[in-house]
Design a protein around this ligand. Structure first.
Ligand code: FMN
Length: 188
């Protein structure tokens, strides 16, 4: 089992990264290999909205600007069995770098044979002091999963006053994915 962590945080520490570390712990405990993809390590362009709204993303399932790292990241996702998406909440949304990437990926996934289709996804968002915008941020990632046919395993929001017990939940969720729990399995 290989799990990719798609990270939208630009920081190497902080709240969002703490949740990512908890997810890694759970995944490793379950025997999974982890590939942490830090989107901020790339200089990804935003979707250029080619032609009349659709470009090669629609006709040939690839982005003509893919050499900026988009293709490399897509391959890493393709080579994984499950995905953990984690982002800080910025302006009540996913971080800009996460948005840029997901906007392009969902277009390339349009033909039903995409790299995330039928894969379990754990969605994590971390708001700051206000806590505002958590739901809209989670909802954005949910919509990406609905558009691409990914299977949502769980949604977890963690902030500065709940992170002790939410990190336990993240660790457990990643562990559950790693050991092969399927959505719909009955536990008790
Ligand atoms: C540009 C920007 C916008 C932000 N917008 C929000 C927001 O809408 N709601 C919120 O609760 N926190 C917001 N924050 C705070 C981040 O969500 C905060 O950084 C988050 O808790 C992640 O913690 P970390 O940066 O230590 O990983 C924002 C931060 C930045 C840099």
């Amino acid at each position: 089992m290989k799990i990719s962590i798609l990270s939208g945080t630009p920081k190497e520490d902080g709240l969002c990264q703490s949740f990512i570390e908890a997810a890694k712990q759970g995944a490793f405990k379950g025997g999974a290999e982890v590939d942490e993809i830090r989107l901020s390590d790339y200089d990804l362009v935003r979707c250029q909205v080619c032609s009349d709204g659709w470009g090669t993303c629609r006709s040939e399932n690839y982005c003509i600007f893919g050499e900026d790292g988009f293709d490399a990241i897509s391959s890493r996702l393709q080579n994984s069995d499950a995905i953990i998406m984690a982002t800080p909440v910025y302006w009540g949304e996913i971080s800009e770098v996460m948005k840029s990437f997901l906007d392009r990926l969902r277009r390339c996934e349009f033909d039903q044979n995409g790299v995330v289709r039928d894969k379990q996804v754990l969605i994590i968002a971390t708001p700051g002091g206000s806590g505002n915008g958590l739901l809209s941020c989670l909802e954005q990632m949910e919509r990406f999963c609905r558009h691409t046919g990914a299977i949502i395993f769980d949604y977890i929001g963690g902030n500065r006053w709940n992170n002790d017990y939410k990190m336990i939940a993240v660790k457990s969720a990643a562990h559950s994915i790693a050991i092969g729990r399927k959505n719909g399995d009955t536990l008790i």
